[in-house]
Design a protein around this ligand. Structure first.
Ligand code: C2E
Ligand code: MG
Ligand code: MG
Length: 560
């Protein structure tokens, strides 16, 4: 390698030094446009040996070489870089000029390095020693190296993990690791701190690995880990150590607590690494929702559950097209007169065997993957269409409320879209109340605005499921709902002194705040009686009717 200044060497010395690393070396007189061969690689000798004997100029030789060996689109760049003008330009400020070329030939990629060293000659001529080397092998290694390095952690990535574990022959476990609510770190501390934290997590795990173990950063806060052991106790100890390590690390970093959770599967040579990692991920989901443990082992049952979920996801578009999502209607009645005052649209999935899948079996899946937005909009459109049809047939329609999931409320244009659909079918929004669960409204200002916009656009707002889960009276003060729907869990308190007082006060407070009250899940006569005494406005429940398919429900509507 020429590391010292070229002036320190004689021409002969330089030619010899370059010949150590370069396959072809030439002495080029730039001013005279001539060159002498000092060393030739076997391939160049074979292809150009005879031609060089004819004493071509430097320009011609280079031109000949480039045009006959390099694909067309790379010729221009190579001619430019090797031109005498460029060599003069490059060596006007420095003594050495190195340039790498990527060359495609016969469907393969080669890498060449050119090195030009200016000679300190006494005759005033611009002379250089020019070497060319095939560095394809070296470059390939570099690229491979690069392909295994993770840009965030500086450690190994998932590609490396797969490669390393595929060479394994020993018993082991594959772990998928994730951090609870990592998004909060990014949100609170910024992406930069988030990245540093990921790097720290990688190092923290690494500290507890043994020689045969492997870690790879998959993406965001997800890591793949291979533990070379057949002892589950070792796995448990490893997870405990990492959990403690991360706790200390998060305190040191002053970031929200980093709590890892793991999914684990046993390594076997019979399955591909991707497959095993996906099993570990399935188990990881299981542990995510388990408050009593931060890890879970993969089981067949998990696999079946995941496959069911996947099937339900995969079938969505098809089911939409085939109109397999049917709408059933459950009426809401005035408890005193028993007269129908409205209804709720409830989706059912009609399967090919004629069975109906209840919403609980698919709505949560679609809420999780974002498809619910499309389904909610579809149901809304179908209800508008149905209302229009019944109107055209001469029925007196009633308001039919439609459930809008919390996940649909993240889309700012939802109110405009719904308004346009209602207009398309010429249905007054007051006949299309929107049911939103109370928990959907409390944590996000944008959602509050969207919910309010529904109301401003004329859609009555019903607060669904009040009294179930995380009810907060404070919500009643933030958004004005037209109707509050008391959940079945509250209605079921009837018969219990404390529960009845709670209902009494909830109903009277709601009325004071100007809301209508609908009780849901009413099945018994004594419940109807009690609710009537409290002046509950309407009742929805099996006592009056179960949800009915459209052709059955229509009989409840009056004509004229
Ligand atoms: P929800 O909106 O609270 O609907 C009321 C649920 O209570 C319905 O269950 C209804 O069949 C049930 N129900 C009504 N009266 C009684 C009763 O007296 N006793 C009992 N045990 N149950 C009663 P369903 O149809 O299974 O719907 C469950 C949930 O699925 C709905 O709860 C709603 O949150 C959701 N859902 C239904 N359709 C849609 C939809 O189109 N979009 C969205 N986003 N969610 C929907
Ligand atoms: Mg509802
Ligand atoms: Mg409800």
């Amino acid at each position: 390698m020429v590391t010292a200044k070229s002036q320190d060497f004689t021409t002969e010395q330089l030619l010899a030094i370059l010949s150590e690393d370069y396959n072809s070396v030439y002495l080029v007189n730039i001013d005279e446009n001539s060159f002498k061969v000092y060393l030739l690689s076997d391939t160049i000798k074979e292809k150009f040996g005879k031609y060089f004997e004819t004493n071509p100029t430097y320009d011609d030789a280079i031109r000949n070489y480039v045009l006959s060996t390099v694909v067309k689109r790379q010729q221009y760049e190579m001619l430019q870089e090797t031109s005498r003008e460029n060599i003069i330009h490059q060596l006007s400020t420095k003594n050495i000029f190195v340039k790498d070329f990527k060359v495609e030939r016969d469907g393969n990629t080669f890498y060449y390095r050119m090195k030009a060293v200016r000679l300190a000659t006494t005759d005033g001529q611009f002379t250089v020693v020019l070497g060319f080397a095939d560095i394809s092998f070296q470059k390939q290694k570099e690229l491979e190296q690069y392909a295994y390095v993770d840009s965030v952690t500086g450690g190994h990535n998932y590609n490396y993990f797969k490669e390393a574990v595929s060479l394994n022959k020993m018993p082991g476990f594959i772990l998928a690791m994730d951090i609870h609510s990592f998004k909060i770190v990014n949100k609170v501390c910024g992406i930069k701190t988030g990245d540093i934290t990921i790097k720290g997590i990688y190092r923290s795990v690494q500290k507890h690995l043994h020689e045969q173990d492997v870690i790879g950063h998959v993406n965001a806060d997800q890591f793949a880990i291979f533990l070379s052991t057949d002892d589950q106790k070792y796995v448990t100890e490893f997870m405990n150590s990492v959990t403690i390590e991360l706790l200390t690390f998060s305190m040191r970093m002053k970031v929200p607590q980093l709590i890892p959770y793991f999914g684990i599967t046993k390594w076997t040579a019979e399955k591909k690494i991707e497959m095993l990692y996906s099993e570990a991920k399935t188990a990881k989901l299981e542990s995510k929702n388990n408050p009593s443990s931060n890890y879970a082992y993969y089981s067949e049952a998990d696999a079946n559950k995941m496959m069911e979920i996947k099937k339900i996801e995969d079938e969505f578009e098809e089911a939409l097209k085939a109109n397999s999502f049917e709408i059933w209607y459950q009426k809401k009645c005035n408890p005193v007169t028993g007269k129908m005052v409205g209804a709720e649209a409830l989706v059912r999935w009609k399967k090919s065997d004629g069975d109906f899948l209840p919403p609980a079996d698919f709505i949560p899946i679609y809420e999780h993957n974002g498809m619910i937005r499309k389904l909610d909009e579809y149901i809304f459109r179908q209800v508008c269409k149905q209302q229009k049809e019944w109107m055209m047939q001469g029925y007196q329609v009633v308001p039919i409320s439609i459930n809008v999931s919390r996940a649909s409320l993240y889309y700012l244009d939802i109110v405009d879209i719904y308004r346009n659909i209602a207009d398309e079918f010429d249905i007054t929004p007051s006949f299309l109340p929107i049911e939103i669960t109370e928990s959907a409204t409390i944590d996000n200002n944008e959602i509050k605005d969207i919910v309010n916009n529904f109301r401003l656009a004329g859609f009555p707002l019903h607060m669904d499921d009040f009294g179930s889960g995380y009810s907060s009276l404070a919500t009643l003060n933030v958004i004005h709902f037209d109707t509050i729907k008391l959940d079945k869990t509250l209605v079921d308190y009837i018969g219990n002194y404390g529960g009845e007082r709670l209902l009494e006060h909830t109903i009277s407070l709601s009325k004071e705040l100007g809301m209508h009250v609908t009780a849901e899940g009413v099945e018994k006569e004594e419940q109807v009686k009690f609710l009537t005494q409290l002046s509950c406005d309407s009742i929805q429940g099996f006592y009056f009717a179960r949800p009915q398919p459209a052709e059955e429900f229509v009989r409840n509507l009056e004509v004229g």
